[in-house]
Structure formats: C-alpha cells, structure tokens
Design a protein around this ligand. Structure first.
Ligand SMILES: *Cc1c(COP(=O)(O)O)cnc(C)c1O
Length: 387
C-alpha cells in the first residue's frame, strides 16, 4: 500500500470514501482538523482529563481467577470497559470526537443510533459540554427501544424517528448524512463505530486505542509479558480495533474477533461498498446488504470496519462465530462465576474464550475485552430464558 493510499484511509483494498462531492468536502475538512489536533498536546491533555475524571479511566485488567480454574487452561484476564461511565467502551470515542467538534466550532452534534447505546453515550457528552444533540433513530428501533429513547430525552437530546426504508439503523445513517450535508457549517456528525468513509474509521480507532494502550501496560505489570491472545466481539469493530491496536505490530499476539453466527460479516462477507466505504459486507442473492438479526443489538450490522476487513484478508487477525446458545451460556457463566454481568455483545468474546482456553497450556494468557455491562440486557435475557 503506498503512503498516499494509507493517508486517504485505505487498508489494503478496503476503506476509502465513496460519497457525493458535497459530502467529500465536509469529510476533507474533518480529516484536516483531526490531523491537526490528534497530536496536539493541549487537545490530548483535555481528552485524558475527561477520560480520567468523567469516564473513570483507567479501568482495571481483572484476573478472572474462578473462571480460569473452571475452564482449566489459559489464564483469563478481563479488560473492564463495562466499568466506564454509561457502561461501555463507546464513551471513549464520543469524548474524543466531541472535543474535536468543540475545536471546530460546532454548536450542534448529530448521531445515528440502532439500539440506542451510541445515542445515549452521545447525548451524555452533549449534556456535559452544552451542545445541541440530535439523534437519528429508525422508527422501528424507537419502538423496540423506547426506554433508551427516554434516556436520551432525559439527557436533553432530540430523538428523530426515521420512517423511511425499513426504519432501521441503515435509514438513520442516511438521514444523519443528509442533515450533515445541509448543516455542515455548524454541525458535527459523531459516528459511533469504526465504520463509514475516511476519516471516521481512523479517528474512531485513534480514540479507542486507549483500551490496548492500558491493557498492554497492565499485563506487563501483572505478568511481565505480552498476552498470547486478545479477544473482542465485533459489530462495526470499534471495541475490537481499540483492544487490538497496540498489539497489531506484535506478531506473537493472536487477535481474535468474535461475531454472531447470524451476522457473520467477516466470515461470510464479500468486498462491497456500504455507507460510503469498502468493506466485507453480507449480501443477499440480489446483491443488497442482508438484514441481520443478532440477539445483541450492538452487533447487528451487515458490514464491518475496513481495517478488520483487511486483517481478515491478510490473516493478521482471526474472525470466528459463536451461536446464540453459547452467548447466553457465557452471559450466565461469567455472572455466576465472577459476579460480573456482561453485555450480550461482550458475551460473544467470553463464549469463544470458553472454547479456546481449555485447549491452551496453563502458562498462556488470554485478554477478553469486556466491551460493556449487561444491565441493559437483563430483561431480554429473562424473557429468552423463560420462554
Ligand atoms: C455497540 C457495542 C458493541 C459493538 O460495537 P463495536 O463498534 O463493534 O465495538 C459491542 N459491545 C457493546 C457493549 C456495545 O455497546
């Protein structure tokens, strides 16, 4: 890959920016501002300040002693993104982007949300920074996630239900992009995962990389060496790319992304353009993005970030799937064994670790990125277990 391609957000053949010219101008400006501030000491000091004082970082790398003994193989460590304010990793990226929005003079922040988690994280930060917040959400999703709509409203956001199309995440993204084109002078589009046209995947990775920056330091403090594998669930790919970032250039560390077997973008996807960037996409027979149905709403996306697409093709990372039954079992097992109720999304990584750990020697080390806490999922799991 030549330098110019890398700078335009290409990872092998994936990534790039496939958008109308009026949107390209906005993205070029955003890229220039991101490049200007990402290494700016004052900007980074402020970013670190809010991660510490508001998000509650650094969070622990917890040794899961009971689980390790029960599974009887590799040592299991949990990176505790579940302990962040708002309960997941998404806030890391939201804080970074909203500080950039402030520097760019934006008064309005817009975002898309599917299940509502990115909308809640964005509304939270907008409340603290005194920004107007508009969240686009598919109309169907607003009905299924009424409590998250109320949460965003409590935080002062305006939630706009999108009736177009199927009333799902994809339609909300289209509406947010239209808003951005119309209002780019005072508006910042705060994108929630490592997807979308350049510079979003690169920017989201930059702000989520704090996860592996911390875990690498922590594992050296505890074990004096690198882990043998890092596992993370993959929706759009932001918690996984953040958990992998500081290990990508350490070839001895296996990087393992775990997908639902009902939304296996990386395992079964083909190269295609979705939402303005090229990635591995699940397509139906007509060549349209396939509707996906994960029990974990945060993993319900037919595409996947461009860097993951490339690491799948070049073999740097492994991508595997687990079933709903395995996920439900892992959700309960971590709760019972360690007293930690994980998000259903994160339970995918736990479920695969349960299969991998017993095949490895006791001196091996696995880090599971616990992307979020499971409070939001308790009611859904209750219904699934009682039907
Ligand atoms: C949103 C979410 C995910 C999936 O998003 P990624 O961008 O793939 O990380 C995973 N876990 C939790 C807890 C989430 O809220």
């Amino acid at each position: 890959m030549n330098q110019e391609m890398a700078e335009r957000g290409y990872f092998g053949e994936f990534g790039g920016s496939f958008v109308p010219p009026e949107l390209q101008e906005v993205l070029d400006h955003l890229e220039a501002q991101f490049l200007k501030y990402k290494d700016d000491p004052e900007f980074n000091e402020e970013y670190r300040y809010y991660l510490r004082e508001y998000v509650g970082r650094e969070n622990p790398l917890t040794f899961a002693k009971q689980l390790t003994e029960k599974w009887g193989g590799a040592k299991i460590y949990l990176k505790r993104e579940d302990l962040n304010h708002t309960g997941a990793h998404k806030i890391n990226n939201v804080i970074g982007q909203i500080l950039l929005a402030k520097r760019m003079g934006a008064k309005r922040v817009i975002a898309e949300t599917g299940a509502g988690q990115h909308g809640v994280a964005t509304a939270t930060a907008c409340a603290m920074f005194g920004m107007d917040c508009i969240i686009y959400m598919g109309a169907e999703d607003t009905r299924r996630q009424a409590l998250n709509v109320f949460r965003m409203e409590l935080l002062g956001a305006k939630v706009v239900p999108v009736e177009k199309g199927q009333g799902r995440l994809k339609d909300a993204v289209d509406e947010a992009l239209n808003d951005l084109i119309a209002n780019y002078r005072n508006t910042f589009y705060l994108l929630g995962s490592a997807v979308g046209p350049h510079p979003f995947p690169t920017m989201v990775k930059h702000f989520q990389a704090v996860i592996s920056e911390e875990s690498k330091r922590q594992i050296f403090e505890k074990e004096g060496r690198l882990p043998d594998a890092v596992l993370a669930c993959v929706g759009g790919g932001s918690n996984a790319i953040g958990a992998f970032a500081h290990y990508i250039d350490e070839p001895s560390v296996r990087l393992i992304g775990v997908e639902p077997d009902q939304a296996p973008s990386l395992t079964e996807g083909v190269p295609s353009v979705l939402h303005g960037f090229k990635c591995l996409v699940l397509l139906d027979e007509q060549g349209n993005p396939k509707p996906t149905y994960s029990i974990a709403a945060g993993l319900d996306y037919p595409g996947i970030g461009p860097e993951h697409s490339n690491m799948k093709v070049n073999g740097r990372a492994e991508y595997v799937t687990v079933t709903n039954e395995e996920v439900l079992e892992a959700f309960q097992e971590l709760s019972r064994t360690e007293g930690i109720i994980p998000a259903l999304e994160s339970s995918h990584a736990v479920a695969y670790a349960k299969k991998l750990a017993p095949t490895l020697d006791k001196d091996k080390i696995l880090i599971i990125n616990l992307s979020g806490r499971g409070d939001k999922d308790v009611e859904q799991v209750f219904h699934m277990l009682h039907k």
